[in-house]
Design a protein around this ligand. Sequence first.
Ligand code: PGA
Length: 230
Amino acid sequence: MKYVIGNWKSNQNITESLIWLDGLSALRPRFSSDLAVILCLPFTDIAAFNHKLADLELPIITGSQNVSHMPPGKHTGEITANMLSELVSYCIVGHSERRQEFSETSDVVALKARYLLENSITPIVCIDLPYLDEQVKALFNLDIEVSRCFFVYEPISAIGTGKPVDPVDANHVAGQIAFLTDNQAPILYGGSVSQDNVASFVNQSKINGVLVGTDSLEPTLFAGIINSLS
Ligand code: PGA
């Protein structure tokens, strides 16, 4: 199975998200049976988006971009994994933007992954080389089944810069992640992925898919990425 995961970050309100969906639907991308397309949305968009997705019968699976590291309770403003369990099947955790802007640590990311798995949501764990070992160790410390997670190698230098790393180098790091996680989990690459370079990443032996930020926001570009892999 191959995977394309879109990450809209803090973009698109409900209206804009539905216009995007109409736009993608009109482009009729080729969804092949060996390609899973997952879109990680802002919390506020998910319910309406799911509703319209069902109407349009498009094979897109929704995810969120964050979750609380707390259980349900007195934590004003937090969105727990239990709340998300009725809305999404996947959730990104540990994106470098959250590490940089919200001081998230590997231990907090592991807690989030644990609550997600307890609620049958697949954690999409983002990692970069400086904390690769530390993050995997933090997951094992909480007895997290890594076979139930996805991992994304996201070199910070490549995120949003238009400068992806060399696919062979990305494959090398994907191999390291595979080794540390006992070859049990899908491993993806993220960082300036486009319709022109996506195949060069997914054709690598250790890379099972891609996480796409910027080019997931424009239906034409996202459909181009889906078509390149179908
Ligand atoms: P990008 O973002 O595709 O804009 O580089 C990737 C990501 O941050 O997930």
